[in-house]
Unconditional design. Structure first.
Length: 95
């Protein structure tokens, strides 16, 4: 569900984002209310959320590599579980 209500009747609205409609921050969009059928204008605001975690490998420790889940298998890479650095698999790791 969306966090927008019709400014005329207060009905909760689902913004139709087909073809990326309604995603640009510097544009004004319009939509017809599903309840009262009046057209209202809206603007989009984007909120960034950051998540932090320890990555000892960025501070001198060894990377903690695990194979990616890739098909076909020969395209598998090794990815660090902390910093997501990737490298090619050795022949032994691929076997």
């Amino acid at each position: 569900m969306s966090d927008i209500n019709c400014p005329y009747c207060g009905a909760e609205q689902d913004i139709n984002h087909d073809d990326d409609y309604g995603f640009a921050e510097d544009e004004v969009y319009d939509q017809e209310c599903i309840e009262c059928e009046k057209v209202f204008a809206f603007r989009t605001g984007i909120i960034l959320v950051h998540e932090a975690w320890k990555a000892d490998c960025l501070n001198g420790a060894e990377h903690k590599y695990k194979p990616t889940d890739t098909y076909p298998r020969q395209f598998t890479k090794m990815r660090c579980t902390d910093c997501h650095h990737e490298r090619k698999c050795t022949d032994d790791e691929l076997a």
